[in-house]
Design a protein around this ligand. Structure first.
Ligand SMILES: Nc1ncnc2c1ncn2[C@@H]1O[C@H](COP(=O)(O)OP(=O)(O)OP(=O)(O)O)[C@@H](O)[C@H]1O
Ligand SMILES: [Mg+2]
Length: 341
């Protein structure tokens, strides 16, 4: 039996998933989440880093996870990613061409980032004479912070990737028959948008608006403190008929920002692939579970919207039944634990 551990360190909560693999069989071995110490990931301070590491240690103990080797995700908003089209090149030509591209697209000096790239589709796959490359640049300071946290938590990092790439791995398994999917991952501080074409990333974008912004808007609009606002948000959400529609009115500007960005992504895709369109929108992250979110987005976007189910193909013992509805929260962590390389 092989165990594989994924850890999603969010601004609001830290999520852990461990999968056991035997041949092709996958089973959930450990799962859980813990609140992120407040403000902990905002600064580079030593005390905050120690408190995150302590929380991770507690989570490892509570869930009974066996592995010490771990896959982590970097927040989309703090990493620069871009899907590039390049002429068909050999591996060697590509690695030097990437440097040139990076200088154009990465807003930081290249000696301050870790540069990585992946061939998404070769020129044979695209059917044109161009290949599609995913360029990823992670600030070295960000990586160092995560590495320090993991070291303090007595874990050994195996690999890091962006949150979007990790969730992709979890989501494509539940939608094998949909050619074009738009993923919206709604967390506390950010909303990440990505388009997958036949399971391969075609577009990504990160917005600094999420569940916290909804809570703030609700607090201001209804004159609630943040604890009350959070409670009302989770209870009534976006349901039009609750509190005479006052909640929906209060959070509408934030929702408008998010839907406008999704519509821009639709337009981008339509422009690029003339006869294709996004067939389904899949939601993940804690904020996707806001009551009424699925209906609200389906109405504003005019497409089919569904909640992500990362559990497809993963056997779960009855003690994990409570996680059935929590799937959207664990997409990144499941995607990380699904990594085989
Ligand atoms: N049942 C629920 N209904 C509505 N909102 C919820 C619910 N559960 C969690 N949330 C909201 O989801 C957010 C936390 O989601 P999540 O744990 O995915 O965030 P995170 O990964 O820590 O954040 P980020 O990825 O932005 O750093 C919070 O804003 C919280 O209020
Ligand atoms: Mg998150």
């Amino acid at each position: 039996m092989n165990y594989s551990l994924g850890l999603d360190i969010g601004s609001h909560s830290i999520k852990l998933i461990e999968l056991a693999r035997e041949g092709k069989q996958l089973a959930l071995a450990a799962a859980g989440s813990v609140a992120t110490p407040s403000g902990a990931l905002m600064s580079a301070g030593g005390a905050e880093i120690t408190s995150v590491a302590e929380s991770i240690k507690r989570l490892l103990k509570e869930t009974g996870a066996k592995s010490k080797n771990i896959h982590i995700a970097l927040p989309e908003a703090k990493v620069f990613t871009r899907v590039l089209e390049m002429p068909a090149l050999s591996d060697r030509e590509l690695s030097s061409a990437i440097q040139w591209e990076a200088e154009q697209y990465i807003p930081l000096p290249l000696d301050q980032v870790n540069l990585d790239y992946e061939v998404l589709r070769s020129s044979k796959d695209t059917g044109t004479n161009k290949m599609e490359i995913l360029l990823v640049a992670a600030p070295k300071a960000l990586l160092e912070k995560y590495l320090t946290i993991l070291e303090l938590a007595e874990l050994t990092p195996l690999a890091a990737e962006t949150e979007v790439l990790a969730s992709t791995r979890a989501l494509v398994r539940s939608l094998p028959n949909v050619k074009t999917v738009l993923m919206v991952s709604m967390g506390a501080q950010t909303t990440d948008i990505a388009i997958l074409r036949s399971g391969i990333l075609s577009f990504t974008r990160s917005l600094s608006a999420g569940g916290d912004a909804l809570t703030r808007a609700l607090g201001v609009g209804l004159d609630f403190n943040s604890t009350q606002a959070e409670e009302y948000k989770k209870t009534y959400g976006l349901e039009q008929n609750k509190l005479e529609g006052k909640i929906v009115t209060a959070v509408k500007p934030v929702m408008d920002t998010i839907t406008a960005e999704i519509k821009r992504a639709f337009a981008f895709y339509q422009e690029k692939y003339k006869d294709e369109h996004v067939q389904a929108v899949v939601l993940s992250g804690g904020t996707s579970r806001l009551p009424g979110m699925v209906t609200y987005l389906a109405q504003s976007l005019g497409v089919e919207v569904q909640l992500a189910n990362p559990w497809v193909g993963i056997t779960r013992a009855p003690r994990f039944n409570v996680l059935t509805t929590e799937g959207p929260n664990f997409c990144v962590a499941v995607g990380l634990a699904l990594r085989t390389e």
